[in-house]
Write a new protein. Structure first.
Length: 294
């Protein structure tokens, strides 16, 4: 039989469970258990009754694996993945439009997808349900080698330029003390922060985005210089959490209210002892909370 180990598996015909397990780095018993308990994925069967994993099934399993790797319990991870997969209608269409533009390395296409989503669905849904899930998908493609880093960079920059354009068009802020938004001292992931800023300025709230890798002393100086009403710190990688927490603590000591968000703080144990208020996962809900409390 021509099944040498050096011949890459042809997914088109559906992979056997051991091949899928090897490809994804997930043990076969775990794959069986996810299918049995959560119906993820519904693998097809060969004529002999053996599981066969299609491209779509592998995609579902990667999403599941990544959610579990982020630290979610399998049942919660399955719920998240199911919600993403079950998304229908205009939101799904816009996500697909954005991802298709990403695949073509077409920044104007990415911005056009966001324009269309904004027009059809409004700003909050565009950011929380179109842009963020699409970016997560691009990240998963990059991680699994399904796209080059150039595709991720072009998509990110297209999204950031769209956010910048929308921010520039926002109404003049009402004269109030600004909210300062910063990444932790070692964090480069600014997109969530910039999207939150857009939601705030769209509602006439003054804010200042200090951006990537903001040192604690810079944050402190800016909070004083601008007489900030609140400070938000975002951190994405757990390895960068500690300096982010130190920055939060430095500001909190001055009495300015501090808020934080990002994957570094996704789970309750990562929030233990962190000064300030967790903004949660959703951008629109975070904007609501900040507007209500400052
Ligand atoms: C774009 C991107 C980059 C860009 C960022 C550019 C920019 N200006 O933002 C660049 C190229 C710089 C980058 C660099 C790196 N990245 Co990167 N990146 C991404 C990518 C594709 C999108 C990030 C994004 O904006 N996501 C959208 C966010 C907002 O979604 P989310 O993470 O699911 O966030 C949820 C919550 O945490 C929360 N949240 C997050 N942010 C905020 C903000 C606010 C205000 C609120 C309220 C909530 C909130 O809400 C979300 C919804 O639930 C992700 C893929 C992904 N899964 O996200 C990888 C990803 C985050 N990056 C990753 C990695 C590994 C890196 C690098 C270490 C790569 C490297 N080897 O150099 C560096 C680290 C840089 C650093 N020092 O911080 C990993 C992190 C894995 C992990 N958890 O450990 C990811 C997940 C990719 C992957 N699948 O492996 N990256």
């Amino acid at each position: 039989m021509a099944t040498g180990a050096d011949i890459p598996p042809r997914v088109g015909e559906g992979l056997a469970i051991q091949q899928a397990s090897h490809l994804l780095g997930v043990p076969a018993p775990t794959l069986r258990s996810w299918e049995r308990r959560y119906g993820l994925p519904t693998a097809g069967r060969s004529a002999g009754g053996h599981r066969r994993y299609s491209e779509e099934a592998l995609h579902q399993l990667r999403l599941m694996r990544d959610e579990v790797a982020r630290g979610r319990r399998a049942a919660d991870a399955a719920r998240e993945v199911r919600a993403l997969l079950d998304q229908q209608g205009p939101v799904r269409t816009r996500v697909e439009q954005l991802l298709a533009a990403s695949r073509r390395m077409d920044p104007p296409g990415v911005r056009a997808a966001l324009d269309g989503a904004h027009e059809e669905l409004g700003l909050a849904v565009t950011l929380d349900e179109v842009l963020m899930p699409a970016m997560r998908q691009v990240g998963a493609w990059w991680e699994t080698g399904r796209c080059d880093v150039a595709e991720e960079h072009l998509t990110t920059e297209a999204a950031r330029s769209w956010l910048a354009r929308m921010t520039a068009l926002a109404p003049a802020p009402t004269a109030r003390r600004p909210i300062l938004l910063a990444c932790g001292p070692r964090d480069l992931h600014t997109l969530g922060l910039e999207a939150l800023a857009l939601l705030l300025v769209d509602r006439s709230r003054a804010c200042r985005v200090l951006g990537a890798r903001t040192p604690a002393r810079t944050l402190l100086a800016a909070a004083t210089a601008t007489d900030a009403a609140a400070v938000v710190v975002v951190s994405h990688l757990t390895t960068h959490r500690r300096p982010a927490v130190e920055a939060l603590a430095a500001v909190a000591e001055t009495g300015v209210p501090v808020f934080y968000a990002g994957n570094s703080f996704l789970f309750p144990r990562a929030r233990a002892g962190v000064p300030g208020t967790h903004l949660g996962e959703g951008l629109a809900a975070a904007a609501d909370m900040l507007l209500a409390r400052t």
